[in-house]
Ligand binder design. Sequence first.
Ligand code: PLP
Ligand code: COI
Length: 363
Amino acid sequence: MPLEITTTPTTTPRSDAEVAEILTAPGFGTYFTDHMYVVEWTPERGWHDARVEAYGPLSLDPATAVLHYAQEIFEGMKAYRHEDGSVWTFRAEENARRMATSSGRLALPVLPEEDFLAAVDALVAADERWVPPYGGSSGEASLYLRPFMFASEAFLGVRPSQHVTFMVIASPAGAYFKGGIKPLSLWLTEEYTRAGRGGMGAAKTGGNYASSLVAQQEASAHGCDQVVFLDGAEGKYVEELGGMNLYFLYADGRIVTPALGTILEGITRSAIIELAGKMGHPVEERPFGIDEWREGVASGEITEVFACGTAAVVTPVGTLHWDGGSVEGATEPGELTMAIREQLVGIQFGRVDDTFGWMRRVI
Ligand code: PLP
Ligand code: COI
């Protein structure tokens, strides 16, 4: 039986004028909508008290387990407004499934897929006026949705929490990277890794992002936009960026992306495997050596590199820097990168036929 959701509208919504002003330049992750979804779990009661209520601060006991042991997972997805005013999510079932997998790794309870979808739908419905207009704010603004689950029991013993909270919050989003679509410069960290065998690399959990921050600081200190992580075992294979998967396009039309295992199974990544295949570019998923990258770009065999993710969409990659060297990448977005991007964004905004059945209408 799906959970029943109680909705209590906020008594202090932002004015229409304020919302409209925010939607002209939403940025990323800065503004939050009027409501939030909350549901709680205990071993005795299972998931209970599902509700949509006014967005606002949480009051947590200082001993709340997540604050100490980081038993936490999250998702990232978007709702898109189409030209006819309708609102759609993209592959939301995949987010529900990935969250269930992350639950497994972090010893958290699984929220059933139907309740995950109903939670997202209920929040989007409550905050529909926060979904940016079609074509607004450089043409790609959407409502970013952040489902998350955390250990909310006040207890300092190290064991799975006996009280868990799942929430969804929403934030209107423009481009993740400022300054339009231009190639990112990347810093290869040879000191830090984000995942190891048996670790949490494939789970979407806060600890992976916490561990990426110092490497990202290192990247910024070297004037780079983002950091590239290598595998933790040998330091030879390319994994991913702190919040994006990577793709390599060859002059002969082949496309390679690092194999799954210790990386996040990106929903954009898997969509691109299907899209590129349909466009006549089969994608090889395999271990991809850092030397292949350096040598392939230097020799001209690799013609385009891009990063992808919900927040980043499809973003071209330029020069790769490391301690003691660099390999000069593209200075302009590549043709195939932009063609794949256009297909993906076209489906999300309803301009391209959704032959894969990826979009779900919410409103
Ligand atoms: N890799 C990491 C570490 C991420 O945080 C993300 C973003 O969610 C991705 C890859 C891309 O995943 P998706 O396409 O599902 O957003
Ligand atoms: C997303 O793309 O949804 C993420 O969670 C990654 C982060 C860079 C915001």
